[in-house]
Design a protein around this ligand. Structure first.
Ligand SMILES: C[S@@+](CC[C@H](N)C(=O)[O-])C[C@H]1O[C@@H](n2cnc3c(N)ncnc32)[C@H](O)[C@@H]1O
Length: 225
């Protein structure tokens, strides 16, 4: 059984497609996609031997090892793109995800499912500058929020507003996205306060971002009445 975070990634994978699970670790995602028949075949990569051994065990126990190619490599370096429809890169930092995509010559031809743990604004800015579009999903697991970017190349580079960089563009009618916005607003307010105390001019930027989120929250509150 997948965690809510990985299940949300799995739900975005193309039915009947071929997935490449980068940084597979225990290959839980790959095993589930193959066992459920969502994917016909898979490639699973990891940069370390230990996780790849664990992946082999999981896939063997799940009876889907024959449908999977395992690759010990950095990102997608050793992966042949033929037939691959979806690339999932989950549970890694935003800068690592950017590094992996920068090295991949065929990134524009596949559906990308990206689940960064840190440096999410860096990833969003890079995707936008490279001409990728995406939908965002916010998942809550306990006290934690996870963001998933469901991305595809559309050839239109763009620049992002501060709010688009820092908070993203989820469907704001979703309750989890609204809770995420409130959590972010509190973080921005605290940061603005700290920077103001330290006499840093950047304080205004975070104050303005917090105010914008507060305005959005008011609108959501009003729409409940
Ligand atoms: C925290 S685990 C995430 C596992 C799984 N994808 C998930 O979301 O639950 C990160 C995995 O990515 C692998 N990894 C880190 N950098 C990588 C890279 N550049 N290329 C391939 N795998 C990488 C690590 O070895 C580790 O197994």
């Amino acid at each position: 059984m997948l965690t809510k975070r990985l299940a949300a990634c799995a739900a975005l994978v193309t039915k009947g497609g071929v997935v490449c699970d980068v940084g597979t670790d225990h290959a839980y995602l790959t095993a589930e996609l193959l066992q459920k028949g969502i994917c016909t075949r898979a490639v699973a990569t990891d940069i370390h031997q230990g996780p790849l051994d664990a992946a082999r065990r999981t896939l063997s126990e799940a009876g889907v090892l024959a449908q999977t190619e395992l690759r010990l490599c950095d990102g997608l370096e050793q992966v042949q793109p033929e037939g691959i429809t979806d690339v999932v890169i989950a549970g890694m930092g935003g800068e690592t995800i950017v590094h992996i995509l920068e090295q991949c010559p065929w990134k524009n031809a596949v559906h990308l499912i990206l689940q960064p743990m840190t440096k999410i604004p860096t990833l969003r800015q890079w995707l936008a500058a490279q001409g990728f579009g995406w939908k965002e999903h916010v998942i809550a697991e306990g006290e934690k929020f996870y963001v998933i970017l469901d991305a595809w190349y559309d050839g239109t580079p763009r620049t992002l507003s501060i709010l688009e960089q820092e908070v993203g563009c989820p469907d704001w009618t979703e309750k989890t996205a609204q809770r995420y916005a409130s959590w972010k607003r509190v973080r921005f307010q605290k940061l603005a306060q700290q920077l103001e105390t330290a006499g840093q001019p950047d304080a205004q930027k975070w104050k303005a971002a917090a105010a914008q989120l507060e305005q959005m929250e008011h609108t959501w509150e009003e729409s409940k009445c």
